[in-house]
Design a protein around this ligand. Sequence first.
Ligand code: ADP
Ligand code: MN
Length: 495
Amino acid sequence: QCPWGAPNTTSISCSLADVMSEQLAKELQLEEENAAFPEVVAVAEGPFITGENIDTSSDLMLAQMLQMEFDREYDAQLRREEKKINGDSKVSISFENYRKVHPYDSDSSEDEVDWQDTRHDPYRADRPTTTPRKGFVGKGKDITTKHDEVVCGRKNTARMENFAPEFQVGDGIGMDLKLSNQVFNALKQHAYSEERRSARLHEKKEHSTAEKAVDPKTRLLLYKMVNAGMLETITGCISTGKESVVFHAYGGKSATEDKVIPPECAIKVFKTTLNEFKNRDKYIKDDYRFKDRFSKLNPRKIIRMWAEKEMHNLTRMQNAGIPCPQVVILKKHVLVMSFIGQDQVPAPKLKDVTLSSEDMKKAYYQILNMMQQLYKECNLVHADLSEYNMLWHDGKVWLIDVSQSVEPTHPHGLEFLFRDCRNVSQFFQKGGVAEALNERELFNAVSGLNITADNEVDFQAEIEALEKMNEDHVQNHGKKLSTFSSDGDPPIYDE
Ligand code: ADP
Ligand code: MN
């Protein structure tokens, strides 16, 4: 076949409507996926430049990394000059808007995200390097100009001073440089597009930070805590979950609070933008059945209630002497507590730590005791107890993550307890603790109930029957039973 011949175009006949609906379907699918796996997206956006995964075979990538490094150095220089100008003066001027990277903080990983954004920048000139090079090669005399008008050239050089300060003109202004109109215009054009790019980056930054970590309102709340001297510094994020982001901070010396602030704190920020919730509202709010109820639901208030619940539950546990974070302060949806760990390193979760068989046994009996204390003294069921929410620190187990904890008389309280027992029992049986009770024995030991069923199905049926009895009691008497009827006190297991 002749290489110059017309290509065989296999045209698929279909109507515009088909294409449109297919596109629509794809869009809908994407939307649905984003809603269903929001955390997956967050993970993908993580530290995608870690120092090890850099693809050095790409010239473009290398060039961009160099540019990034240059921008960072440039900003550092700008900062030094800013400081020199301001000195100790009470009134200071800021060069913030002339920075290339526009950081909120000195966290460099943020810059890398920014850099990625520039790859599809529609404002960027096609070949940005050629224009400025014209201005700098052949310093002074060697520049060829169309009209050779010395005066005009010098004037053009002087006019470069009007460019935004972040625009690099080299030391051309200081020397006897004559710029042709053409070069000057090209430079001017480039200066403007750079300015726009910079502004655009700034906007993007605002957006992406808000999405990735916390929204501006939360950021302000955190800044206020630092400003008030309650926190010394917020060093960074230690965990990003579906419903919360946890930061590490060094405690400050607060003047107002009479409480002593722990040297290291954990800040749990409950997410105010629950994607799932937002997506659901469009189905609910137009449904007449939900109209009244929905109007009363304010997502911000609901999220604050979670934070408040975690605070109250932690306080109850603290009072019972259960090892857990100590509450420092609650501000809206932000809960500050003591940090379990040291020198910014959080204590490992039980699932991540390898314990000696002796420690494993010790941990088991400690947890058994804690579960009993939690139930009896705090009147709580953890409801998300597993090796993921237990930390190993100082030779003992610490309980965390209690925002979802409920009282045993909650309509599903006993089911939650049973699930907790299953997690604990399985973890320690797999971990080789021969003494570990099975899930049903553990449930009875913690609750003091005496459910005799010897298989899981019957056991669960009895649990649900008990829950129903309690609900009926609520219906008939308007209040809950203070406790479930039990055959005496639960046996206390000692180490
Ligand atoms: P989530 O609902 O996201 O699971 P958690 O309260 O379990 O929230 O916190 C998430 C992670 O943050 C924990 O697994 C733990 O590693 C860390 N973390 C939370 N609170 C503390 C704390 N007080 N001290 C140290 N690390 C903590
Ligand atoms: Mn957790």
